[in-house]
Ligand binder design. Structure first.
Ligand code: BJ8
Length: 422
């Protein structure tokens, strides 16, 4: 019997269904990750964290709870984690990237809802996610219509605090957002019974900026040719950043970057120089959604960047660290988050500039735009991204898909054809 069974049982999980999920996941991970050649030594950390993502990490979180710390779960990079950390709470991402439970989800949301939403609802209904079951507070947000309405339904099975994210970048929108940051801070103080001081908030800002700096370092090292790390491993690093302790994660990723630097010096890579280099752009790929990177990297290309919230959109901007008072720091946090170029905003020109610049910086030969089926914001923007990249002479392929494996062969055919033209 699995050593974590008693813990999962306490969390009221469906042990049988969960064992089944872990088995499928283990096999999937073996095929997609462990089969890679020339992998980094630092990938041992990734393998370990992933193999224990529902085990040891949950145990740590339970230990933190036993010490009186609270756990906050969120679904969007708009929720300011600095504030959570400043109240000594643990912050985890709850987005899910597997089909398990999706049919159950259709009791609460319409069929034509994106796979990401169906997945987190399905995981809750099927009692498969130890993170959701460990949270003391779940935070939703008003981004796309799909999520906004899903939180209303989700609230009936799991109380959800919702942050109002504005839809434009106007001055009034920024004021609204700042008020929401303050309201979140008060809610976290109420939850934890702790007062957020300037000193604590400064610490939270520093910890998360350091995590972003490590991820920025990884991004810039991927400009090297031959590509020193696979897109799959880089995606996994970004995915793990939402679960692991931020200080440990930062240290491990910096070690991994040291190894990458050494590799780059000796000209070593995961694919020969001259392998077509692709940038992925679009919807976030929540763990264990590795389908597209796997198909791409089995089609004669290598992925050199991810323009998504589980990618550069979450690491590109730092919070200004010069603030000393609580007020200054809250302003700095509000400003930093207002820079997020999510497709839910209108207009959202910055994203087009960011994609072009990233493709150039990473020396990408082409871009694959990825939208989840039924995702209005990103499907719309794929047309604009295509136009922009065309004008810049950068080829783009637009993919719309979900979490099922049914279209893998078809995707492979399209991606291979695209790669041939590069
Ligand atoms: S800041 S990208 S994490 S909202 S895929 S649920 S948009 S229908 S995820 Fe996101 Fe925050 Fe924006 Fe980032 Fe809706 Fe589209 Fe589904 Fe999506």
């Amino acid at each position: 019997e699995n050593t974590h069974h008693a813990m999962w049982e306490k969390l009221n999980m469906d042990l049988e269904a969960h064992d089944g999920l872990l088995e499928v996941l283990g096999k999937f991970y073996g095929d997609i990750y462990l089969s890679q050649e020339n992998r980094l030594k630092g990938a041992e950390y990734l393998d370990f964290v992933l193999s224990e993502v529902h085990g040891l990490r949950i145990r740590e979180i339970q230990d933190a709870k036993a010490e009186g710390r609270k756990v906050v779960g969120s679904f969007c990079v708009f929720v300011p984690e600095e504030i959570t950390l400043a109240a000594d709470a643990v912050h985890v991402g709850l987005c899910a990237g597997a089909e398990a439970g999706s049919e159950l989800a259709e009791q609460l949301v319409p069929r034509n809802t994106c796979a990401l939403i169906k997945s987190f609802i399905g995981f809750k209904l099927a009692k498969l996610c130890p993170y959701i079951e460990s949270t003391d507070m779940i935070v939703g947000e008003t981004t796309c219509d799909g999520k906004k309405k899903a939180y209303e339904a989700f609230n009936e099975i799991a109380p959800t605090y919702v942050m109002e994210v504005p839809q434009t970048k106007s001055e009034a929108a920024r004021e609204l957002w700042k008020a929401e940051v303050v309201r979140y801070m008060m809610e976290v103080e109420k939850l934890t019974g702790r007062t957020i001081t300037a000193e604590k908030l400064k610490q939270g800002i520093k910890i998360l900026n350091n995590r972003r700096r490590a991820l920025q370092r990884l991004t810039s090292l991927r400009a090297a040719s031959p590509a020193p790390i696979s897109g799959r491993d880089a995606l996994l690093i970004n995915q793990i950043s939402f679960y692991d302790d931020p200080i440990r994660f930062t240290a491990k990723i910096n070690e991994l970057c040291d190894e990458l630097e050494a590799r780059i010096k000796t000209g070593e890579g995961v694919a020969p120089a001259g392998t077509p280099r692709l940038l992925l752009s679009g919807c976030p790929m929540a763990v264990p959604n590795w389908k597209l990177p796997y198909v791409v990297e089995s089609s004669g290309a290598v992925i050199v960047g991810e323009e998504s919230c589980i990618g550069t959109r979450n690491s590109r901007d730092l919070v200004d660290e010069s603030g000393e008072t609580l007020e200054e720091m809250i302003d700095a946090i509000a400003d930093r988050y207002m820079k997020i170029d999510c497709a839910c905003f209108t207009p959202n020109h910055e994203r087009l500039d960011h994609i072009t610049a990233l493709a150039r910086d990473l020396k990408a030969d082409g871009v694959i735009h990825y939208s989840l089926l039924f995702c209005q914001p990103y499907t719309h923007e794929s047309l604009k991204v295509d136009k922009t990249l065309q004008a810049e002479g950068i080829p783009m392929l637009s993919i719309e898909t979900d979490y099922s494996m049914e279209d893998v062969e078809q995707l492979k055919t399209r991606i291979e054809a695209f790669v041939e033209t590069l």
